[in-house]
Design a protein around this ligand. Structure first.
Ligand SMILES: Nc1nc2c(ncn2[C@@H]2O[C@H](COP(=O)(O)OP(=O)(O)OP(=O)(O)O)[C@@H](O)[C@H]2O)c(=O)[nH]1
Length: 343
């Protein structure tokens, strides 16, 4: 057997990174990809929004970056996932030594796990682990179907990163650990997903039997039940997450005022969970800025120089379905244009 044939017959380990909107999945991915793994990594990114901002927020030298069709990986883009996986494993030139799939924050990763276990991938892909990143501050505040989705994302986790412990209270951290530390789970508290590589890559933590057992247990949610549980409500009926969430995209080629933008972000309705993208700020001249909004917190940091790229603000906003008015959002952001804000 030739070297090439040996490589082609070895299953590619796959890590699935899941977690609610803004919990820190891309932060984890960047951390992994910027470490010295010594392996040829491929990354598949699934985003929810008109534009795949996540693939641009990944700052690394991966050998292969695949942007899956935008949408919810568990509802609408499974066929794209299958096609891309098939392409990845069948080409000797582009075949990676390790694959990471980042699901969008609105996806339930159960479907990705099932897809990877289809017979056509047997012996060619091997799930290493499913990692769920949790925003320690935000988690307990999620309600209704959002809370249900966040719990579904935890149900399939082999590894949980309880992230953002720098902004969560001790009580929030303790409450989460009390409810979600079931036997066998590997739970790590992190700041900005800082964690040794060996605890997240090549762990071999995925156990298909345990996985199936957990999903079929009661209603699937393997947490410690308490008075907040309404198991009748969170059976694993599959929602189309595209119906739970709505997304809006705004782009603008005129510079924005930073102070006006900060004010605008503070006035967004609570139903807006997430905003992210790149901004052209009057204050930054020829450099872009990276904007993140998660719940009521926002962060705007200087990014790369625009270089050859024409300066342009591109923002994706994600919220509950029907939770925001597009015309109002447009007016809010238009008012941030530096010339308008100064008038
Ligand atoms: N304070 C704090 N902020 C964090 C931490 N981890 C990530 N963030 C910030 O949270 C924001 C969202 O992080 P991302 O990594 O983009 O989150 P995500 O899960 O990929 O987001 P989506 O893909 O949109 O669902 C960014 O501004 C991060 O810098 C943390 O531990 N503490």
């Amino acid at each position: 057997m030739t070297y090439c044939e040996i490589i082609m017959t070895r299953p590619i380990p796959v890590t699935i990174v899941s977690g609610f909107l803004g919990s820190g999945k891309t932060t984890l991915l960047n951390r992994i990809l910027n470490s010295d793994t010594g392996m040829r990594m491929a990354v598949m990114v699934n985003d929810f929004g008109a534009v795949n901002i996540d693939s641009e927020l990944i700052v690394s030298q991966t050998d292969s970056m695949i942007s899956l069709a935008n949408g919810c990986i568990c509802c609408t883009v499974e066929s794209d996932l299958i096609e891309q996986l098939q392409r990845l494993i069948s080409s000797p030139d582009s075949r990676p030594e390790y694959l990471i799939i980042e699901a969008s924050g609105v996806s339930n990763p159960t479907r990705i796990v099932s897809t990877l276990r289809y017979p056509q991938f047997a012996g060619r892909l091997a799930i290493d682990s499913t990692i769920t990143v949790v925003d320690a501050e935000q988690f307990a505040g999620l309600e209704g179907e959002m809370a249900q989705l966040a719990m579904e994302q935890l149900d399939v986790a082999d590894i949980v990163l309880l992230n953002k412990i720098d902004i969560a209270t001790q009580q929030q951290i303790a409450d989460f650990k009390q409810r979600w530390s079931w036997p066998g789970i590997r739970l790590h508290e992190t700041r900005h997903c800082e964690i040794p590589l060996s605890l997240v890559i090549g762990t071999g933590n995925f156990d298909p039997l345990l996985h199936d057992q957990r999903l079929h247990q009661t209603s699937g949610h393997a947490h410690h039940c308490d008075e907040h549980c309404q198991h009748g409500e969170h059976q694993h009926s599959h929602h189309d997450h595209g119906e739970l969430f709505d997304t809006w995209y705004w782009q603008c080629d005129q510079p924005l005022s930073l102070s006006a933008l900060r004010r605008a972000l503070a006035t967004l309705p609570l139903s807006v969970y997430r905003a992210k993208g790149f901004c052209q700020l009057a204050e930054l001249g020829d450099r872009s800025a990276i904007l993140h909004l998660v719940g009521s917190r926002h962060d705007i940091q200087p990014g790369e120089p625009w270089g050859e790229q024409p300066p342009m603000t591109r923002l994706v906003v994600i919220g509950t379905h029907g939770g925001f008015d597009r015309t109002e959002l447009e007016q809010t952001f238009n008012a941030c244009i530096a010339d308008h804000a100064a008038a």
